[in-house]
Write a protein that binds this ligand. Structure first.
Ligand SMILES: Cc1ncc(COP(=O)(O)O)c(C=O)c1O
Length: 479
């Protein structure tokens, strides 16, 4: 090893390498972390404060996406940092949840249950949204298994254009074509997908909300009947679809009719609010916009706001009672779940959200963001749709606005928009996504700023987004 290969612990400066990345200043550095893209040179972030991230090469980035809709309080929140620190100093950041209780964990669960209008009874904590989805699927199966060890309930119904996580179980539930593709041979065969609830692409000319959602309920009912209603465990959906479709919200009435179909056949409704929940859409839970509580609900991301890895399943009384009256235990568990330090962070995040009435800010600034985006971009010939709720907005790009024909995926339109936004010209994040139309074609970007944004921030975000979009399509037009 040459002397130059010796690096300080944690340093990303270069030792010799067979495949060094070339940084923008011309230096070579080897990345030992398996980054998501092996041939991309991610800007190195060294600190953060409020809505800003600061990079090693001296740039200040406006974080319009809260990472992946995670950092709902922005970065460097002193109260949350102090709460984490305080818990660390007790000497028990971790406790084995299989044999210890913890007051702070229970305080968090109480805070979460209080936020559900009394609709949920208990909380199961996990370390990630994918784990929460796995746990919710197992809980749903166990709900039937408790009563009948030979239960025929083996099927899940989920939706196309959905993302529920990357573990094999959660990916099996997901309808995200590109993320599923490499693993198809061993994804669960007992998950069946029906179309999403996508008003932009599915609503027929003149169709009212009522008849549109009635059609959606029929699609679900037909799937139940095709599979045999007595074989279905649950229907699983994101109330506002995040990464897979780019902030596509449920159409009013949808949650109610879908829940009614599930309950008609004795199946459960599972709502995945990992991305759209915990205040992101202007109510603490997205289902509260419609007052339709699920039987099981997953949350994550904004729960801990990025200060700790934490997610959860919220469990209705009906499911809790089934376990409690039956075996009395949930046949599941992982090492890093329900850690006091995770709970300390999430409890502080949720307390701040409540005490500072940040839901109101999400609703107010969200409405303003919608107005600004629509005023700047609705007439753009390649912005097909601007949709979302609260501080969760998606722009869908199309080649032809009339036919809604997408761009050739080879053009990588959404990635170009995101790359240009993050370039030193604009220094702002935009979350790109592809496969918006059919899992392969289609482009969107997501905006999901922190709940602490001001009106000025929204003006800035909307202006930069508009400038970036205009510039990208000028460049594409000249290709
Ligand atoms: C709706 C939804 N469900 C589940 C997940 C998986 O969560 P995690 O990445 O924390 O495992 C995600 C992640 O993006 C998500 O958006």
């Amino acid at each position: 090893m040459s002397p130059s290969a010796v690096t300080e612990p944690g340093s990303r400066d270069p030792p010799d390498s067979k495949s060094p990345a070339i940084t923008k200043d011309g230096q070579k550095r080897t990345i030992y972390h398996l980054d998501r893209h092996l041939h991309k040179d991610f800007p190195v972030v060294v600190s953060g404060k409020g809505n800003h991230l600061f990079t090693k090469d001296g740039r200040t980035i406006f974080d319009t996406t809260s990472g992946a809709a995670v950092s709902c309080l922005g970065h460097g929140n002193e109260r949350v940092i102090n709460a984490v620190h305080k818990q660390m100093t007790t000497g028990i950041p971790y406790l084995a949840s299989s044999y210890w209780g913890s007051e702070i964990v229970d305080d968090l669960c109480k805070e979460l249950i209080n936020g559900t209008d009394g609709k949920m009874a208990k909380v199961y904590l996990t370390g990630s949204g994918s784990e929460a989805m796995e746990a919710s699927a197992k809980l749903a199966r166990q709900y039937f298994y408790e009563n009948d060890k030979q239960t025929p309930r083996v099927n899940f119904i989920a939706r196309e254009g959905s993302y529920h996580g990357n573990t094999i179980g959660a990916l099996g539930i997901s309808g995200h074509v590109a993320r599923r593709a490499p693993y198809l041979p061993f994804l669960m065969p007992n998950v069946h997908h029906i179309p999403a609830c996508n008003a932009y692409r599915q609503r027929k000319e003149g169709e009212t909300d009522e008849s549109f959602v009635a059609r959606k309920a029929l699609e679900l009912e037909e799937k139940f009947l095709e599979l045999g209603p007595e074989t279905v465990i649950a229907f699983i959906a994101e109330p506002v679809v995040g990464a897979a479709l780019g902030c596509v919200p449920y159409v009013p009435g949808y949650l109610r009719v879908m829940r009614d179909v599930c309950h008609k056949y004795g199946a459960l409704l599972i709502l995945d609010e990992v991305m759209c929940g915990m205040g992101r859409t202007g109510t603490l839970h997205a289902w509260q916009g419609e007052g339709v509580a699920p039987d099981l609900q997953t949350i994550g991301k904004g729960l801990g706001g990025g200060y700790q890895p934490i997610a959860a399943v919220l469990i209705s009384e009906k499911v809790v009672n089934r376990l409690s009256d039956g075996s009395g235990q949930f046949v599941h568990g992982q090492t890093y779940q329900g850690m006091p330090v995770q709970a300390a962070a999430a409890l502080e995040v949720q307390t701040i959200l409540r005490e500072e009435n940040l839901m109101q800010n999400v609703a107010t600034q969200g409405a303003y963001l919608e107005k600004r985006l629509k005023s700047l971009l609705a007439d753009h010939p390649h912005v097909g749709d601007i949709r979302g709720k609260g501080l969760f907005w998606g722009l869908e790009f199309v080649r032809d606005k009339k036919t809604k024909e997408p761009f050739d995926p080879k053009l990588g339109v959404a990635q170009r928009v995101s790359d240009l936004a993050l370039s030193p010209l604009y220094n702002m994040t935009l979350y790109p996504g592809g496969g918006t139309v059919d899992g392969v074609s289609g482009d969107h970007v997501i905006l999901a700023p922190s709940y602490i944004v001001t009106k000025d921030d929204i003006d800035y975000i909307a202006k930069v987004t508009s400038d970036v979009v205009h510039q990208v399509f000028q460049e594409i037009g000249s290709l």
